[in-house]
Design a protein around this ligand. Sequence first.
Ligand SMILES: Cc1cc2nc3c(=O)[nH]c(=O)nc-3n(C[C@H](O)[C@H](O)[C@H](O)COP(=O)(O)OP(=O)(O)OC[C@H]3O[C@@H](n4cnc5c(N)ncnc54)[C@H](O)[C@@H]3O)c2cc1C
Ligand code: SF4
Length: 272
Amino acid sequence: MKEKVNYCLNCKMKPCSQKGCPLNNNIPEFIKAVKEEKYKEAYTILSETTVLPGVCGKICPHTKQCQGSCVRGIKGEAVSIGDIENYVFQKAIEEGYSLKDVVKRDENSELKNKKVAIVGGGPAGLTCAAFLAKDGVQVTIYEKYSYLGGLLVHGIPEFRLPKEIIKETIARILDLGISVEYNKALGQNLELEELEKNYDAIFLSIGANKSAKMGVTGEDLKGVYGGNELLEYKHHPNYEGKIVSVIGGGNVAMDCSRTIKRLRSKTSKCYL
Ligand SMILES: Cc1cc2nc3c(=O)[nH]c(=O)nc-3n(C[C@H](O)[C@H](O)[C@H](O)COP(=O)(O)OP(=O)(O)OC[C@H]3O[C@@H](n4cnc5c(N)ncnc54)[C@H](O)[C@@H]3O)c2cc1C
Ligand code: SF4
């Protein structure tokens, strides 16, 4: 890790943060703290803008975002920002740093004691909940499953995003004082009207969990599946000895290919 952090130039202009990172994580500063082995400080700096450093450290498209804007990348390899971010979260787990200890709370926030309902406990809902809780808002998440995390749990496979990271991430977020109502599905056993009566605001973060159709002939044939149906709902056929074609070349296609291969297909070919 020393070599990775020392490779960063701690640029004053911060292109990695300001151009590359959608959250504007203060990348040079948190890397500087890691250089100085001040891991709690690094976690504190990250927590100003993100409550998912372990997750983002693993699965953000770094080469397109922060690392894609790193000045080191102009002539050679970019700084391994994702690995360093993930390292900071590993340190937080090992040393037991909690978000509660490191986030700055705004005691005078005008949002204090407002009540907000968040419907859907995936990364969007969890992030919204955490940032509102920091401002003293009373937050309740309504989640249709008996667990939080959304696609981080039921979409992205373990071999790319370990469940341990998700568990530790969620525990730190809930520790900010957030309530959760599990097994509550909007439109089934939860209605907007009911929430409107009891909350100052409602944040809908139910994701986009149906696979988009391509509009091509044959896509409704037996044996043709969408990525979400395979990964979230686990509607897997028996792949043993079968050759499977995966159409697409993004994260979902790659995760489907690797999952299917592990479920004993003969080959899993990806068509980009
Ligand atoms: C296979 C795969 C791989 C991916 N890989 C990457 C990657 O490498 N990098 C990356 O940045 N992104 C990746 N993504 C995308 C990323 O997972 C999503 O952008 C992200 O999860 C969206 O977050 P969300 O909170 O909006 O939705 P979701 O994660 O879908 O969460 C929605 C939540 O709402 C709940 N919910 C749904 N309906 C209701 C209801 N009616 N009532 C109550 N609760 C409800 C769900 O159970 C879930 O908990 C990937 C996605 C998939 C499918
Ligand atoms: S642009 Fe690259 S070298 Fe400069 S601060 Fe960011 S990560 Fe470090």
